[in-house]
Ligand binder design. Structure first.
Ligand code: SF4
Length: 189
């Protein structure tokens, strides 16, 4: 089933209700810092393409943030290309696909990067704080932390999904875009 395009006016609300933690974190950092490094722009940008953000809206979305940091002119010169590129409108015109959990979990973010999988890459303290902010209850947080300690990051994400939606996710989470569509299915039903 195809989902309705995501529109710019709904994006903040949808980010809160249906983005997995990896994408929520990037989204919030972008809103906060008006900037993301390359790895974060790729991870979030391709995810947003996957959830149905059209190219024109994607350009408007990134420009609104980046222009507050680097100015609109520099955005047009240095950053707009890579967004069009992600949509297959530049370079080899490959239609790049959004990253899977496996790819994100095995990435190696450095200091100042916000991409990666929070279950794998956050400190325990930061992960607990992020889960609390998502509304995951104390007992569920402990279950999530158990999975993290045994390096079952996707299971940790699945437990988070189940805690915030109050519904089971039998297939388990293996892709951020699957997290999104499964969430929308539950919220729309
Ligand atoms: Fe994102 Fe996948 Fe990690 Fe969940 S398990 S936070 S969807 S990378």
């Amino acid at each position: 089933r195809e989902y309705a395009e995501i529109s710019l006016k709904d994006i903040d609300q949808v980010a809160k209700s249906s983005f997995p933690l990896c994408m929520r974190h990037l989204f919030e950092k972008l809103r906060e810092d008006h900037h993301l490094k390359h790895g974060g722009r790729m991870q979030l940008g391709l995810f947003l393409k996957g959830v149905g953000l059209k190219l024109d809206d994607a350009l408007a979305f990134w420009k609104a943030e980046f222009s507050r940091k680097v100015g609109g002119e520099r955005f047009d010169k240095e950053y707009a290309y890579s967004i069009r590129h992600n949509y297959g409108k530049e370079g080899k015109r490959t239609d790049y696909t959004p990253y899977s959990c496996q790819k994100i979990i095995s990435s190696t973010p450095s200091v100042g990067d916000h991409h990666g999988c929070p279950y794998r890459h956050f400190s325990e303290e930061n992960l607990r704080a992020a889960l609390n902010k998502m509304g995951v209850g104390n007992r569920a947080v402990e279950d999530v932390m158990d999975k993290v300690r045994s390096r079952h990051y996707q299971l940790a994400c699945t437990l988070t999904f189940e805690a915030v939606h109050g519904a089971s996710c039998d297939a388990g989470i293996n892709h951020p875009n699957q997290y999104y569509t499964d969430s929308q299915k539950i919220l729309e039903s």
